[in-house]
Design a protein around this ligand. Structure first.
Ligand SMILES: Nc1nc2c(ncn2[C@@H]2O[C@H](COP(=O)(O)OP(=O)(O)OP(=O)(O)O)[C@@H](O)[C@H]2O)c(=O)[nH]1
Length: 944
C-alpha cells in the first residue's frame, strides 16, 4: 500500500493507535490522528520503532474457518495483553521477533485464564468456541489491539491441524482470522511465548513456523503455563518485519476480523469483537502477537471495549470520539481547558450573531471551555450570547482558526441556496432575448423646502395619460407617469417618498431601487447642506443625477448660481461641457416639467441599460408598508424583474403570504405588474420594511420558511450589533484597540444657538494626539430616525441638547446599538466628551429600589430550594431583579437574585403591590416568615 493509515499500521504492529501516534510524534513525524495517512518511509520508521511487532500474523492465517467467535468479552485477556503490549514496544528484540521474549508475556497472563476456562490447550484451538478465551481476550480498553494479537496463538485452533507453513499465507486474512497463530509463524512466535518468563523466547525464534502448529492451539499456547505448549513459539514468529504487513491490508470482512481476533480462528464472525479478546487470551501473545491482527478488525477493537458486534455506525463514532479525545489531549490548554486547535488557517464560517455555542459546534469543542478561553482573553460572554465579529476574531486567532462572519448578502445567498434559489445564476442565464426595456425608477432628493414634494405632484399631474386612469389618486409610495419621448409614450416610475432618507434607508439594506436621482435645488436659495448630503448619497450609489433647478418663477431666482455651485461638487452642466443635465423648473407653475422628464429619459438612455426579463416569477423590493385596520398588511412593492400576479405566493423580508389583491397608484385593481411597476399588495402576513427584497416562491411553505429564517437571522444580527457600536464609555478602549481614531458626533438641540455653542465648545476640546473629534451632523429639532441611521452608518454618538427622540426613534437606536446622550447643560456635555476622549468616562450606577415583599410562609422544594410564599408590600417584585433579605431591619442576605417568581403555579415576570407570590432566591435558603425581601436594580446614572 502506498500510504497507510496510522491505525491500520498500529493494528499490524499490534499496538494501539494512540501509541502509534505518540511514537510518530516522538519520532518527529507530524500526524494529527490515528486516521492520518503516512508515507512509506514513515511507515518504515514506525515499524522499526516496534520491531517486535508481529504483523503478519493475520495474513498468514490460514483460512481457518473460524467459528464464530463467541462474543466473549473476557477480561481475562487483559493481562495478557498488557504485557504483550509492553513488550511489543520494548526496544528490545533486535532479533527476530521470534526470539523476543515476548513470549513470556503472552503466556503469562493469558495463561491463567485460559486454563481456567478450561481452555485447554486443545480446546484452545477454536477460539471461537471458547467463550472464555474470548473473555480473556478482552484486553482492557487501553490495549484493545493487543488482544488481537494474542489471537495469534489461538490460531492454533485446530490443534490437530497441520501446522501451516509460514509460507502459506492465509488467503483471506480476514477469514482466516488471520490470527490463527498456528498458521502464522510469526504470530505464534510472538504470541506464544511461553512462559514468557523465560526469555527463552529465544527459541521461539524457532523459526519454524511449524511451531505454529505446535502452538496451534492458541488457547493452549496461551498457555498459560509458561512452559506451555510453547505452542507458539515465537520463533515461528520471526516474521519478517515490515514486510509482512504488506498485504495485511486486506482486511477481512468485518465480522471476520473480529472473529479472528478471538480464537483467531474463531474469528470470523462479527461477534468478533469478543473474539479479539479471545485471541488475546489465547495469544497471550503479547508482543508479537499483537498483530495477530486477527482481533484487530474494527470489530475486534470494539469487542475489546466490550461493545462486541457494534455496527459500523458505532464504530465510526467511536473512532471519531477517539480522534477528538486525542486532539483534545494534544491541544495545549489555555486557562486550564483544552480545546481543539486550528492550524492558523482553518477557516470557520459563522453567521452574524453567532454565539460561542455555534462556534463550539463547528470545531467540536466544549462551549464552556471556549467561554473560559475567552475569559482569559479578557472578554466575558456566555455560551449563548451573540458575539460580534471582533470578539470572534480574537477568539479564533487564539485558537488557530480563521473566523469568517458571513456578510448579510452571503447569508441571504446561503439561505436562498438552501431552498435552491439562486438569483445570480438566474440573471446570468438570461440572454438578450429574454430582456425587455423597462421604465427607469427615479427618486427626488434635495434640501428641505426646496420643493421636492411639490415637484413630485407636478410630475404626477403631467402624466399624459392621466385622464385615462379614472381612479382616485393615492399615495402608495411610488407611481408611474407616461411621458412622450421622441414620439413614443414611455413610462417613468417615481419613488414618491421625497428626500434621501428613504433612499439611504433602502441602500443601507442593500437594496438598489433607484436608477436616476433628481436633485432639486431652489434657485432662490442655492446649494444647502442636505443638497450636498443628497448628492453624496447618489454619487456613492453610483446613481446618475439630473438637477432640477426649482422655483425659477420666484424673484431673485438665480439658476446660474446653482450651476456654478454644483460644479464644485462634480456636477458639471452639459452646457459647461459636463455630463449632468440641469433643467430649470417651477413646480408651482408646472414649468418645464416635461423638459425635466425628457432629461430623465435621455439620461436613462445614455447612461443605463434598463432591461429586465418580464417572463418569470417576480422579484423586487418593498418600498413602503403599513398595517391597515381593515385590510391588514398593505405593502407597496416595486417589481424589478418578472411579473407579479394576484394569487402568487411571495416572501418580502420577514413577511410572507399570497397576493390577495393588487392596486396601482390610482387605487385601481390590477391583475399583474411587470418590471419597474409599483403596486400595492394585500395579503402579507406582516409588514415588511422599506428596502426588503421580495420574490415569488413556488409554494407557501417555502415562503414561510424563508421568512422565518430571515427573522431569526435579523434577530441574531441585532443582538450582535448591540455589542458592537461605540459608546462614550468604551471609546477609549476602542481607540486603544485601534478600532477607531475619531469620535463622530451628531448634535441635535432645541435652538440653533445652543447647537452652535455646543459645537464650538466641543471643537475646542484638546483631544490629544491620535484621536479626532468630528461633528458629522448637527441640527435643530428632535432626534430623528435619520440621525440614528447616520449614526449607524458612521458609528457616531448622538448628543441631544434639550431634545429627546420620539419613542420609535429611541427603539431604533436601541436596536442599532447607537449611543444617545441627553443634556440640558452644555458644560455637562462637554465634560463627558472630554472624559470620554481621555478614557476616563465610566458609567455610574445607582441602586433603584423596585419593591419589597414580606415572607408569609416557607415552602421547601427539593428542586428549587426554599420558596418564600410572600405578599408584595410595595412596588413590585420582578424576576431576575437583584434582591436582599432583611430580618428585623438587618440585612441577612445580599447580592441575591430573584431566581424564580410564581403566581400560584404559574411563572410570573413581575408581581405588584398587594399580590401574593412565591419567590425563590436561588441557593439562598435562610428564609423565615416575616423576613422582608427587597428587590432593586442598578441603573446607569444619567449625567446632567
Ligand atoms: N414659488 C415657488 N414655490 C415653490 C415651488 N416649488 C415649491 N415651492 C414652495 O416651496 C415650499 C416647499 O415645498 P415642498 O414641496 O414642501 O418642499 P420639500 O422639499 O418637499 O420640503 P420638505 O418636505 O420639508 O423637505 C412650499 O411652500 C411650496 O409651495 C416653485 O417652483 N415655485
Amino acid at each position: 500500500m502506498a500510504k497507510a493509515r496510522v491505525h491500520e499500521l498500529a493494528k499490524e504492529l499490534g499496538i494501539s493507535s494512540k501509541d502509534a501516534v505518540a511514537k510518530l510524534q516522538e519520532l518527529g513525524e507530524f500526524v494529527r490522528s490515528a486516521s492520518s495517512t503516512i508515507e512509506a518511509p514513515v511507515v518504515k520508521k514506525l515499524r522499526e520503532a516496534f520491531p517486535n511487532a508481529a504483523p503478519a500474523a493475520q495474513q498468514e492465517a490460514p483460512k481457518a474457518p473460524a467459528k464464530p467467535a463467541p462474543k466473549a468479552p473476557a477480561k481475562a485477556a487483559e493481562p495478557v495483553v498488557e504485557p504483550a503490549a509492553t513488550e511489543a514496544k520494548a526496544p528490545a528484540a533486535p532479533t527476530p521477533a521470534a526470539q523476543r521474549p515476548a513470549a513470556p508475556a503472552a503466556q503469562r497472563p493469558a495463561a491463567p485464564t485460559a486454563q481456567q476456562n478450561g481452555a485447554t490447550p486443545g480446546s484452545g484451538p477454536r477460539p471461537g468456541n471458547n467463550p472464555f478465551a474470548t473473555s480473556q481476550g478482552m484486553p482492557r480498553a487501553g490495549a484493545p489491539t493487543e488482544g488481537e494479537r494474542s489471537a495469534t496463538p489461538s490460531a492454533g485452533p485446530r490443534p490437530g491441524a497441520p501446522a501451516p507453513r509460514p509460507a502459506e499465507r492465509a488467503p483471506r486474512p480476514g477469514g482466516s482470522g488471520g490470527p490463527r497463530p498456528g498458521n502464522n509463524p510469526f504470530a505464534s512466535s510472538q504470541g506464544m511465548p511461553r512462559a514468557g518468563a523465560r526469555p527463552d523466547g529465544e527459541r521461539s525464534g524457532g523459526p519454524r513456523p511449524a511451531a505454529g502448529s505446535g502452538g496451534p492451539r492458541p488457547g493452549a499456547s496461551a498457555g498459560p503455563r509458561p512452559g506451555g505448549s510453547g505452542g507458539p513459539r515465537p520463533g515461528g514468529g520471526n516474521r519478517p518485519t515490515p514486510g509482512m504487513m504488506p498485504n495485511r491490508t486486506e482486511r477481512p470482512a468485518p465480522g471476520a476480523r473480529g472473529a479472528g481476533g478471538p480464537g483467531r480462528g474463531g474469528g470470523a464472525r462479527p461477534g468478533g469483537a469478543p473474539g479479539g479478546a479471545g485471541a488475546g487470551s489465547g495469544g497471550g501473545a503479547p508482543a508479537g502477537g499483537g498483530f495477530g491482527k486477527g482481533g484487530r478488525g474494527r470489530g475486534g477493537t470494539q469487542g475489546a471495549f466490550g461493545k462486541g458486534g457494534a455496527g459500523r455506525g458505532k464504530q465510526r463514532k467511536s473512532k471519531r470520539a477517539k480522534r477528538q479525545e486525542l486532539e483534545q489531549m494534544s491541544a495545549p490548554s489555555l486557562g486550564g481547558v483544552s480545546v481543539p486547535r486550528g492550524d492558523g488557517n482553518t477557516v470557520v464560517r459563522l453567521r452574524r450573531g453567532s454565539s460561542i455555542t455555534d462556534f463550539a459546534d463547528k470545531i467540536e469543542a466544549n462551549p464552556a471551555a471556549l467561554v473560559t478561553v475567552l475569559f482569559h482573553l479578557g472578554e466575558m460572554a456566555t455560551a449563548t450570547q451573540s458575539l460580534d465579529e471582533d470578539t470572534f476574531a480574537l477568539l479564533g486567532e487564539e485558537l488557530g482558526y480563521k473566523l469568517q462572519v458571513v456578510s448579510p448578502e452571503d447569508e441571504e445567498r446561503e439561505l436562498l441556496s438552501s431552498f435552491d434559489i439562486d438569483f445570480e445564476a438566474e440573471l446570468e442565464a438570461e440572454g438578450d432575448d429574454d430582456l425587455e426595456v423597462r421604465p427607469p425608477v427615479v427618486t427626488v432628493m434635495g434640501h428641505v423646502d426646496h420643493g421636492k414634494t411639490r415637484l413630485l405632484d407636478a410630475i404626477r399631474n403631467s402624466d399624459v395619460m392621466a385622464d385615462e386612469h379614472g381612479g382616485i389618486t393615492q399615495h402608495i409610495g411610488a407611481y408611474q407617469v407616461h411621458h412622450e419621448h421622441e414620439g413614443e409614450v414611455r413610462k417613468i416610475t417615481f419613488i414618491d417618498t421625497p428626500g434621501h432618507e428613504a433612499f439611504t434607508a433602502m441602500r443601507a439594506r442593500g437594496a438598489k431601487v433607484t436608477d436616476i436621482a433628481i436633485l432639486v435645488v431652489a434657485a432662490d436659495d442655492g446649494v444647502m447642506p442636505q443638497t450636498v448630503e443628497a448628492l453624496n448619497h447618489a454619487q456613492a450609489a453610483e446613481v446618475p443625477i439630473v438637477v432640477a433647478v426649482n422655483k425659477i418663477d420666484k424673484e431673485g431666482a438665480n439658476p446660474e448660481k446653482i450651476r456654478g455651485q454644483l460644479t464644485e461638487y462634480g456636477l458639471v452642466p452639459e452646457e459647461y461641457g459636463g455630463d449632468t443635465m440641469f433643467v430649470d423648473v417651477s413646480a408651482r407653475q408646472n414649468l418645464n416639467i416635461d423638459a425635466l422628464l425628457e432629461a430623465v429619459m435621455l439620461t436613462a438612455d445614455a447612461a443605463l441599460d434598463l432591461r429586465a426579463n418580464p417572463n418569470k416569477d417576480a422579484r423586487g423590493i418593498a418600498i413602503e408598508a403599513n398595517l391597515d385596520k381593515g385590510r391588514g398588511s398593505v405593502a407597496t412593492v416595486l417589481v424589478q424583474s418578472g411579473t407579479l400576479r394576484v394569487s402568487d405566493t411571495i416572501v418580502a423580508g420577514t413577511a410572507h403570504g399570497r397576493v390577495r389583491a393588487m392596486f396601482d397608484e390610482d387605487g385601481v385593481a390590477v391583475e399583474e405588474a411587470g418590471p419597474s411597476r409599483p403596486v400595492q399588495v394585500l395579503g402579507l402576513s406582516s409588514v415588511p420594511s422599506a428596502g426588503d427584497t421580495f420574490f415569488v416562491t413556488s409554494d407557501e411553505r417555502t415562503a414561510r420558511q424563508i421568512a422565518e429564517k430571515r427573522e431569526a437571522a435579523d434577530r441574531n444580527a441585532a443582538l450582535a450589533k448591540r455589542r458592537k457600536r461605540i459608546s462614550l464609555e468604551d471609546f477609549d478602549q476602542a481607540v486603544a484597540d485601534g478600532k477607531v481614531d475619531t469620535l463622530n458626533l451628531i448634535l441635535k438641540g432645541d435652538v440653533s444657538g445652543a447647537v452652535e455653542a455646543l459645537e464650538d465648545s466641543l471643537l475646542k476640546i484638546d483631544v490629544g494626539e491620535g484621536v479626532q473629534l468630528r461633528v458629522i451632523h448637527r441640527g435643530v429639532g428632535a432626534i430623528t430616525q435619520n440621525d440614528v441611521n447616520l449614526a449607524t452608518v458612521d458609528n457616531a454618538i448622538i448628543i441631544g441638547f434639550n431634545v429627546k427622540p420620539a419613542e420609535r426613534v429611541a427603539e431604533l437606536a436601541d436596536r442599532e446599538g447607537v449611543d444617545m446622550r441627553f443634556y440640558s447643560v452644555i458644560y455637562a456635555a462637554i465634560d463627558d466628551i472630554e472624559l470620554a476622549l481621555k478614557g476616563m468616562l465610566k458609567p455610574e450606577y445607582e441602586e433603584v429600589q423596585l419593591g419589597t415583599a414580606e415572607i408569609r410562609e416557607i415552602f421547601r422544594s427539593s428542586k428549587f430550594g426554599n420558596i418564600a410564599g410572600s405578599i408584595v408590600r410595595s412596588g413590585l417584585i420582578r424576576r431576575n431583579a437583584k434582591a436582599r433579605v432583611l430580618r428585623g431591619g438587618n440585612v441577612i442576605g445580599d447580592n441575591l437574585t430573584v431566581d424564580s417568581l410564581k403566581r400560584f403555579k404559574d411563572d410570573a415576570t413581575e408581581v405588584r403591590d398587594g399580590f401574593e407570590c412565591g419567590i425563590g432566591l436561588g441557593s439562598f435558603n435562610d428564609l423565615q416568615p416575616e423576613d422582608i425581601i427587597e428587590t432593586f436594580e442598578m441603573r446607569e446614572k444619567p449625567r446632567v
